[in-house]
Design a protein around this ligand. Sequence first.
Ligand code: 13P
Length: 249
Amino acid sequence: MRRKLAAGNWKMNGTSASLDELTALMATHPDPQVDILICPPATLVTSAVVTAADHALQIGGQDCHRNESGAHTGDISAAMLRDAGASYVLTGHSERRTDHNESDEEIRNKTKAAHAAGLIAVVCIGETLKEREAANTLDIIAGQLAGSLPDVLTAENTVIAYEPVWAIGTGKVPTTNQIGEVHDYIRSRLEQRYGAGVGTSIRILYGGSVKASNAAEIFAVSNVDGALVGGASLKASDFSPIVTALQNA
Ligand code: 13P
């Protein structure tokens, strides 16, 4: 049985006042039956960890450097995130792939760094609209999985997030058939590469315009083990119904 995961990615949003949203979220879900993760901006990781100290809610980073330390101005290592109390980190988010030209190899190295530091890596993959329209989606997914994932991993230290780039922040959501096709495909690739035990146990999240109004439908799709939510994770009042929908799925 894969434990379900409701993850929020705040992206470049939030100041210390936003910690009130964490407090409200925890108050609404005092004893969650699913894992809950919030990835605030790096400036809030430490205070978010303190805010969530007495709750099951986990805190993660949004990116990490491939190296443990060194002359990399502005970057943050996985070991630093771990030291700050984070337990997860996103790697390969499409906004990092685009804004910072991150390659699959770079993402693989970041994922390895996350594992070495004891973090759970949420490795993000997904096709662009152009790729989908060219009917290349599954090839793109296969390539990103092959390139972004290390050869050695466990179901405990790795989560996959399928986020079609064209669905992020657009209000456009793939059909449940489209989501199911990709999630089933990811599952089969994972089983092929890592064996049935590990490949069957890795959690696969869907991300891209998930909201309270579409969450239940998405969570009913096979091999969807939760969601990675952007905009609708910023306010507890928006994210909480998504957590509830996942618990009820
Ligand atoms: P939205 O939920 O705002 O579409 O963002 C999805 C996302 O990119 C989460 O990482």
